[in-house]
Design a protein around this ligand. Structure first.
Ligand SMILES: *Cc1c(COP(=O)(O)O)cnc(C)c1O
Length: 401
């Protein structure tokens, strides 16, 4: 007898598949171009995205959400994700980090406020203001430049003042912020709609940052300056900085259904990964003892072993280090990744029987089984959960189900 357990040591066989695993037949393409049946793809689940928004609003105590959709909606696709978030009543607006993404959201039909959390040149600022994109003000000369922009535009420019309370990345350094704020507030045609900062996500530093931010807002109020809505908390803050949720929360990761490090274990939120990375099996074959697979031959069969090849790899965004213990769901079973993940291929062991066939759909990351949850994939591959989303290739065909 062949001891299958010794071989597929890390697989969990025979686990029932939740209802969410049924791939929707009503998916429609969310990005252009034809794709073949065997191409790897991403499916974005509208209802799961919506469910996460509701859950995030609950965590935020009902505060409005400024949904961060930077970096192509964390890899999931701006065109698919933007309109779904735009339609959610809990969402106040959307935030991005490039001019191109801000305008792409408008082109995709997003009507709510869009905040660009980046430096812009004057020409881009004009285009953005025309599209009613809110600008982040933080450059030393931002007050005067914004006033010029408003004059050119013939109407008020809405801005969010960005403060550096200790992150050391972007924003007006808090020590020099008081006079800058007064200058900004004094400009004609500049409407301060909000003010924000980013936490470094350190238990000792964050409270200090929060105090600095509150002091700035207090100082502004004392001088008769309104900073509008204050926002600071990202996904991490929703779990770990609840006294600092302020007027609005600004998460990204959690909306897509993944947890910041250490948050999943707390059991205080029920988020669901809102996408699937799938590929179809393109080859099933049997290795004889001594046969190996993939670059470096790090896997060599000790007994006759069935393997399946999936046409998806690290160039698509599946972690190169997935071989360190990740599993893939095919049908109702998970199978271990063996051999090095190459640019466009991943090989899994089926064990001593050919339990999968060419054409079967494999889910590499998704909501359907604990082993393929993005946080599990990240932990097993030894990468940040942000990488499991943000490294998804922009070339993957996407559909919205
Ligand atoms: C990316 C980003 C966020 C969202 O962070 P998550 O950890 O994904 O919730 C919030 N604010 C700023 C300034 C960001 O750059």
């Amino acid at each position: 007898m062949i001891d299958r357990r010794a071989f597929v040591a890390t697989s969990i066989a025979g686990v029932a598949l939740p209802a969410t695993a049924k791939l929707s037949a009503t998916s429609r393409p969310a990005s252009g171009g034809a794709s073949g049946a065997y191409d790897p793809r991403l499916t974005i689940e509208r209802t799961l995205l919506r469910r996460n928004v509701t859950e995030v609003a609950r965590l935020a105590g009902g505060r409005p959400i400024l949904a961060v959709v930077k970096n192509n909606a964390y890899g999931l696709g701006l065109d698919a994700v933007g309109p779904v978030l735009d339609a959610a009543p809990e969402v106040w607006g959307l935030a991005v980090v490039t001019t191109e993404e801000a305008l792409a959201l408008r082109a995709a039909g997003v009507r709510k406020p869009i905040l660009l959390m980046a430096l812009t040149d004057d020409a881009a600022a004009f285009e953005l203001a025309l599209a009613d994109v809110r600008l982040a003000a933080f450059a030393d000369d931002a007050p005067e430049r914004l006033a010029v922009l408003a004059a050119r535009l013939g109407r008020a420019v809405r801005v969010h003042a960005y403060f550096d309370t200790g992150m050391g990345r972007l924003g007006v350094p808090f020590r020099r912020a008081a006079d800058w704020m007064a200058r900004l507030a004094a400009q004609r045609g500049v409407a301060i709609e909000g003010a924000f900062m980013a936490f470094v996500e350190d238990d000792a530093v964050d409270p200090v940052q929060c105090d600095r931010f509150r002091a700035l807002a207090e100082g502004a109020r004392a001088r008769g300056i309104s900073l509008g809505r204050l926002h600071a908390a990202s996904s991490h803050g929703l779990f770990f900085r609840t006294p600092a949720l302020l007027d609005m929360v600004r998460p990204g990761l959690v909306l897509y259904g993944a947890y910041p490090a250490g948050a999943r274990e707390r059991g205080v939120a029920a988020l669901t990964p809102a996408w699937r990375l799938t590929a179809r099996v393109v080859r099933v074959t049997r290795l004889e003892p001594g046969d190996g697979v993939s670059y470096g031959y790090r896997f060599v069969a000790e007994r006759p072993t069935w393997i399946a090849t999936l046409p998806v790899g690290h160039a698509d965004g599946y972690p190169r280090s997935a071989v360190r213990g990740c599993e893939v769901l095919i049908g109702d079973r998970v199978y271990p990744v063996i051999g090095a993940v190459s640019a466009s291929h991943t090989i899994v062991s089926l064990g001593d029987e050919a339990t999968a066939a060419v054409g079967d759909t494999a889910v590499l990351v998704g909501p359907d089984h604990p082993a393929i949850h993005p946080n599990t994939v990240a932990e097993r591959a030894g990468v940040s959960v942000y990488d499991v989303l943000m490294h998804l290739s922009a070339r993957l065909p996407r559909s919205l189900a």
